[in-house]
Design a protein around this ligand. Sequence first.
Ligand SMILES: [Zn+2]
Ligand SMILES: [Zn+2]
Length: 221
Amino acid sequence: MKIIDAVIDALYPRRCASCQEITIDGGVLCIDCAEKLERVKTPICIECGNFVKECECDTFIYHFDGIVAPFKNKGVTKDMVYNFKFHKDYSAVDYIVENMAKSIADSYDDVNFDFISFVPKFKKEFNQCEILSKRLSRILNIPLKTNSLIKTKANQVQHNISLNERFGNVQDAYRACENLKGQTVLLVDDIKTTGATLNECAKELKFSGAKKVYCVTALIR
Ligand SMILES: [Zn+2]
Ligand SMILES: [Zn+2]
């Protein structure tokens, strides 16, 4: 380690991306949090993203063709992603993106993506999905289209309303902006709970001609 790096580490010790304690080894997570990491383990239904025993593919039409995520929306991994999303804490972003890329490689091995798209925000809000997408684009060598989807109205924030209200809340809130005939899209969001937002975005992409839309999120319910 160069002296300057040692000085910077001493002045600004690295904090755990989940609990914010100083990490002894300078890692993304402290040892306690790393042990409690909530990885998504199979069996998960790749079509709807629910656990297989809660699969909704028979009762609900999903417009996307697959959904994968590395982590569960709880505990350490939830804190890690929420710190980024709500407090702009970038310390775990590379780690999150690497794990999303691994989920993509594991599950979409035989898919050739034409471009990456992400869930847009209304106007110029901080968009964590855009940041995740830029980094995924670099790692996976898939072009990123930042304007393929736009948000057309300021609906209520999804996590503030009940699960049942979420599908209605996002209806007609997104629009695809170009002819995507025959394209295969990797659609990025940070968290999948009901899948309502991703479903609405996938519907729009397909309405504009996209052939296939596969989703990836950091967290899944
Ligand atoms: Zn920790
Ligand atoms: Zn399913």
